[in-house]
Ligand binder design. Sequence first.
Ligand SMILES: NC(=O)c1ccc[n+]([C@@H]2O[C@H](COP(=O)([O-])OP(=O)(O)OC[C@H]3O[C@@H](n4cnc5c(N)ncnc54)[C@H](O)[C@@H]3O)[C@@H](O)[C@H]2O)c1
Length: 261
Amino acid sequence: MPLSLHNKKIVISAGASGIGWATAKVCLAKGAVVYLCDIDIKSLSKIKKNRLYNKRLFAYKCDASEEDEVTDFFNQINKKTKKIDAILNNVGIAGPTGTIEKLTSDDWEQTLKVNVISHFYFTKLAIPMLKKNKGGSIINISSGAGIMGFPLRAPYAASKWAVIGVTKTLAMELGKFKIRVNAICPGTIKGDRMVRVIRDKAKFLKTSRKKIEKEFVSMASMNCWIHEEDIGKICSFLISNEGERISGQTIPVDGNATRLD
Ligand SMILES: NC(=O)c1ccc[n+]([C@@H]2O[C@H](COP(=O)([O-])OP(=O)(O)OC[C@H]3O[C@@H](n4cnc5c(N)ncnc54)[C@H](O)[C@@H]3O)[C@@H](O)[C@H]2O)c1
């Protein structure tokens, strides 16, 4: 029997493209109701043309790193529902590429603000709605850079390790409310973000993009790209009743990445 997310209410940050939108599509196909936000108006207007828009799909403009905007986003959701089943803390920027001596404190602050502190804004407002639901699922998107070192990307690695620390802690705090908290560590995802990451790394190392791309793919034992939908599928499993005893876990979806360099 296919996994059912019938009428499960799911909030997704940065959900108008990439992994967030792929997860929204997987969950919508299984019957969920999705409330997403994004900073990018162009991507949001595409979403608003979806046939499910205003039925089971709702999309709002919100800069996830601005607490007031996240509060407004939740005010909009609260007009439609008082309970939710899940939140996907997906927002995260790549941050700068460079050695520590070349990075600025602004680079650090911006990366930590978007990748860590913004998750706090969403989670804080989601918890009361999950408690009203008498349980649910928080999924935090970390990265391979949250379980391994990642040369030239120190702010990103620091932010993604922080996501794991918050996940483990929240799982312990919220277990008694039947709220499960897990982190997903995506590998190298085929998509726009990796095009930009590969471009920046090739520029920094003065080498070709093809060479960097090959190296990234070879870091997985399975020598493969990961697809955005792969992340959507594990999220939908964790949100579904099939995942009801899984909490506090760090789950890589990366074709067994053994290094990140
Ligand atoms: N793509 C990868 O290879 C990869 C690998 C590991 C982990 N991740 C993580 O997965 C998550 C999603 O990655 P992605 O590749 O889909 O991202 P992406 O760069 O494709 O961006 C996805 C969306 O985030 C939105 N966004 C950016 N800043 C925002 C903000 N401040 N407020 C609201 N929306 C904002 C963008 O407008 C975009 O629609 C991130 O946390 C990322 O670090 C990605």
